[in-house]
Design a protein around this ligand. Structure first.
Ligand SMILES: Nc1ncnc2c1ncn2[C@@H]1O[C@H](COP(=O)(O)OP(=O)(O)O)[C@@H](O)[C@H]1O
Ligand SMILES: [Mg+2]
Length: 612
């Protein structure tokens, strides 16, 4: 129940339209009931000759005495309208027909109005829900995405929201529309002729029960038939695929018998389903006729005694008919509602998921590095009991390039992700000029860090927007300087449209090296004081690597940089090289110093053919 209430809460900003929708549906109910009411005068006063009219008028007087409730109100209203229209129209007949037509028109105008307003508020509420979900997704940290596979989240934002949309636009609109009409018509039926109404209520289940019963049986039988079809297809598939084997073993007769067996079973199951199907309509009609004929018998008795006119009875029959469709539709509402609630529950779970990495209360604004970035006894584990970093110490002096090397799986990428706080450390701290980065706001910290990784994500938009990603206005001069320094302009200008070419379109297929150069251009445009490069060239061939490396050299100039490298040759000129192993730094120094030490670095360098 709670998710439903919360879902309804999303209608709050759209209450104006909800009110219009309710008004529309009330209008529909009134017009529909008035249409049903007019059936009586149509039969008693329009569709009769003069003699009959006199007799009917006499009967009608008798008929009019017990008038109560809805019918009484309608009768009064109808009398007034008739009085008014008599001045303009020649006969009562034309007045009644005109009123009937007006009732039909008004009902349909209200149907349109009510539906429009209903969809307007319903679809608006769903849109708000979806936007709210996206906000929640964007606020989430890496740890959340670790637990929730992308496909699941996609399904929340698409399938589940779509389920809710369907429930609202198909079923709830019915529930909404039908319940007003249903109440109106029921009130009308009971005030039209109470005894007859009671008699109908007793007869009604007789008509509804077979409908439900047969539908259930049909579903069961259809399912069985479907299963047999599957078995049959299996045999067919095996024989077709294995036809050489069948021939080689002279198994034709055996397979033919096997298939006959399957087709017979399918035939019987299918026939059983069709039998139920064939039986439904006739049984319904017979039972329906029995019910209606009983009603007719009772009605003829009432008409004979002058308690009711043919018109009243017709009005009554049409009303019963008008009840049938809404009741049938309401039958499905519960299922749709349950589906929508289940979907809403899943959507709210995502919206409510706690955000682990977030701003501390009163977080400070980060403004750059003055002396150093320091990793102090940093510990980190993705999962408890599986430590990745075990007390790591590392200093990156402002403006310097520190390289991080080590075997694959050592935790280098993990370390790189801690700096922009994609994850928070589980022990120790990362300090910038002595201040814990957790004391800074996420937005200000990340605004000062540039990140280039092995995998570059480009968005399905122009090259320009990809380079100036996140900037509201694009400075053309700065854009071109960034692209030039990243050696990207040379290929960008070859695309049709140049900077306005859209990434991902057929004409704009980018090689790995080109993607990395765009990533470098993006970082250059952002111009952050801190830079993290995580194996930005490892996926490239030697030729592409050379040009991207030159682009990276341009990017690193004057920035405090942590560069992770797989190939040692790319970092031999770094100010300092730290070697990581077993979750901590095991050696640190310049290329020359580390070679002289003869430790892990020298071993790696030898493996990569850098030492003779
Ligand atoms: N998202 C993650 N969830 C769980 N374990 C991870 C995740 N990313 C990396 N690891 C594990 O952490 C360790 C370090 O990985 P990583 O930092 O990628 O190493 P490197 O970049 O040095 O190759 C590895 O054992 C890896 O399996
Ligand atoms: Mg890595």
């Amino acid at each position: 129940m709670r998710p439903l209430l919360r879902l309804l809460g999303f209608f709050r900003p759209h209450l104006g339209w909800v009110a219009v929708a309710v008004a529309g549906m009330v209008g529909v109910a009134f017009s529909a009931v008035f249409m049903l009411f007019l059936i009586k005068p149509v039969f008693d006063e329009v569709l009769v000759n003069a003699d009959q009219a006199v007799a009917v008028a006499r009967a009608a007087r008798a008929d009019r005495i017990p008038q109560v409730g809805v019918v009484k109100a309608l009768q009064e209203w109808f009398d007034v309208a008739k009085e008014e229209l008599r001045r303009h129209l020649p006969s009562d007949r034309s007045i009644i027909l005109l009123l009937a037509f007006l009732a039909v028109v008004s009902k349909n105008v209200f149907v349109y109005l009510g539906n429009y307003a209903f969809f307007r508020s319903g679809l608006g509420a769903v849109k708000d829900l979806r936007d709210r979900l996206m906000d929640a997704l964007l606020a989430q940290s890496a740890e959340f995405y670790q637990r929730q596979p992308t496909a699941t989240l996609m399904s929340r934002a698409t399938n589940d929201v779509e389920q809710i949309t369907n429930a609202i636009s198909d079923r709830l609109s019915n529930l909404f529309q039908d319940s007003f009409t249903l109440l109106g018509v029921l009130a009308f039926v009971f005030s039209l002729h109470f005894k007859l109404a009671v008699a109908s209520v007793i007869v009604a289940p007789l008509l509804v029960w077979p409908l439900v019963h047969f539908a259930q049986r049909l579903r069961r039988r259809a399912f069985q038939s479907q299963e047999r079809l599957g078995e049959m297809n299996t045999v067919l598939d095996e024989v077709l695929k294995g036809q050489r084997v069948v021939k080689a073993f002279c198994m034709e007769a055996f397979e033919a018998a096997r298939f006959r067996d399957a087709t017979s079973k399918h035939f019987r199951a299918n026939l059983r389903a069709r039998k139920v199907q064939a039986m439904t309509a006739p049984v319904m009609e017979i039972l329906g006729a029995a019910g209606f004929l009983a009603l007719f018998a009772y009605a003829s008795h009432l008409i004979g005694r002058g308690e009711m006119t043919v018109g009243t009875f017709s009005s009554f029959l049409f009303s019963l008919y008008a009840l049938y469709a809404p009741i049938k539709r309401l039958n499905n509402v519960n299922v749709a509602l349950q589906t929508a609630i289940a979907s809403a529950q899943r959507v709210f779970q995502v919206i409510d998921a706690p955000v682990v990495v977030r701003d501390a209360p009163g977080a400070r604004t980060f403004s750059g590095v003055r002396t150093e970035i320091r990793f102090a006894a940093v510990q980190f584990a993705y999962e408890p009991d599986k430590p990745v970093l075990t007390g790591l110490d590392l200093v990156i002096p402002a403006g310097q390039v520190v390289a991080l090397v080590g075997p694959s799986g050592a935790g280098k990428s993990t370390l790189a992700q801690l700096l922009p706080r994609f994850w928070d450390v589980t022990g120790g701290a990362i300090l910038v000029d002595g201040v814990d980065i957790r004391d800074y706001s996420l937005a200000s910290l990340r605004a000062h860090i540039g990140l280039v990784t092995q995998e570059t994500v480009l968005f399905n938009t122009t090259i320009r927007a990809n380079i100036a990603y996140g900037q509201k206005t694009v400075d053309e001069e700065r854009l071109r300087r960034a692209a030039q320094a990243a050696f990207a302009e040379e290929f960008i200008l070859e695309f049709p449209g140049g900077y306005d070419a859209v990434v991902g379109e057929a004409a704009v297929r980018l090689s790995g090296g080109q993607r990395q150069r765009l990533a470098v251009a993006r970082a250059l445009y952002k111009d952050p004081p801190i830079l993290v490069l995580d194996e930005a060239t490892s996926a490239l061939d030697a030729e592409a690597e050379a040009v991207v490396q030159r682009a990276l050299d341009n990017l690193m100039r004057g920035r405090t940089t942590l560069v992770i490298a797989h190939r040692l040759a790319t970092v031999r000129h770094a100010d300092s090289i730290a070697v990581m192993d077993g979750g901590r730094i095991v050696e640190q120094g310049t290329h020359v110093e580390l070679l002289a030490t003869g430790g892990v670095y020298r071993r790696l360098a030898t493996l990569q053919g850098m030492v003779d």
